[in-house]
Ligand binder design. Structure first.
Ligand SMILES: Cc1ncc(COP(=O)(O)O)c(C=O)c1O
Length: 283
């Protein structure tokens, strides 16, 4: 049986007993970063890629004394071992730490490291086979969406709008065009070509997105990185979302339209390829 354990500043405790200081800048300002890493057969999948993205974010937002990826890796391994979890996720969060409340960064603060292990069975097979409904919403986020910041209010707001509309995900539309979901990347297929928003400040460059693109490339599928307009998106043959937890889920409805035409030929091929990649991964 998996125990819900958490790692908080050098200690492993029961999740419900994990405590932070009220003046932690993560709590007060959303000043921190997070990652969600999948665990299969009791081992991490693509941990280094996630920790590298965390590290890049920590450099960009200038978290002094941010723990090195290797340090987080060792802590996460210890947490996973003690949790005895075979399948699920490990949530990682690093904030700038507790300090008197002022907007500018404190001269000295010790980053807060928080992790927890959560058993989960994924991906959801019904969603994976039948697809999900989505809505289109405005992309109101800041201009550094490549940073996996814990500051997720716009994402939460529009995920809730989707839920209230009976949809699974909200597709964000920027002035530049379609960017991504609120917690997923969006990829579309038109005439056999995969089209997705370019890796850059407008999207979080998902680890799953990158894996799917490289698997598609290996199969000889052409990839075009560009922002689709809403009209182009509605005219695509297939549309799907990707993320660590969802892997690849087809979209079978966008707003109240009949788009996409609900073909999933390449989507299903990519689902199988990703499944194989996970099975053959060097854990
Ligand atoms: C906005 C956003 N885009 C994309 C993703 C997918 O990223 P990954 O495949 O690394 O899980 C996430 C995951 O949390 C996300 O929050």
């Amino acid at each position: 049986m998996t125990q819900s354990l958490a790692y908080i500043n050098n200690e492993i405790v029961k999740l419900e007993e994990a405590k932070i200081e009220a003046l932690d800048r993560g709590f007060v300002f959303g000043d921190g970063l997070y990652e969600i890493v999948a665990v299969f057969v009791g081992k991490f999948y693509q941990l280094d890629e996630h920790l590298q993205r965390y590290w890049n974010g920590a450099q960009e937002i200038m978290i002094e004394n941010a723990p090195q990826p290797q340090e987080l890796k060792e802590k996460a391994k210890e947490l996973l071992h003690k949790s005895n979890m075979k399948k699920g996720i490990i949530y990682f969060q690093v904030t700038r730490g507790a300090a008197p409340r002022t907007h500018h960064f404190p001269a000295a603060s010790q980053p807060t490291v928080f992790m927890f292990a959560k058993e989960a069975s994924f991906p959801d097979s019904e969603k994976r086979n039948k697809g999900v409904k989505t809505i289109i919403v405005p992309d109101e986020r800041w201009k550094r969406c490549h940073i996996k910041s814990i500051n997720l209010l716009p994402n939460c707001f529009y995920k809730e709008k989707a839920r209230r509309a009976g949809a699974f995900e909200a597709i964000q539309e920027h002035d530049l065009g379609i960017t991504e979901g609120t917690s997923t990347n969006l990829l579309a297929v038109k005439d056999g070509v995969i089209i997705t928003a370019p890796a850059g400040p407008q999207i979080l460059n998902g680890i799953t997105r990158r894996t799917v693109l490289s698997l598609a490339e290996e199969m000889g599928v052409k990839i075009e990185e560009k922002f689709l307009t809403r009209e182009e998106l509605l005219n695509c043959d297939e549309v799907f979302i990707t993320s660590t937890i969802n892997q690849i889920i087809p979209i079978n409805q966008i707003d109240n339209t009949t788009s996409p035409v609900n073909r999933c030929d390449l989507t299903f091929v990519l689902q199988k390829a990703l499944e194989k990649h996970i099975k053959e991964y060097n854990f």
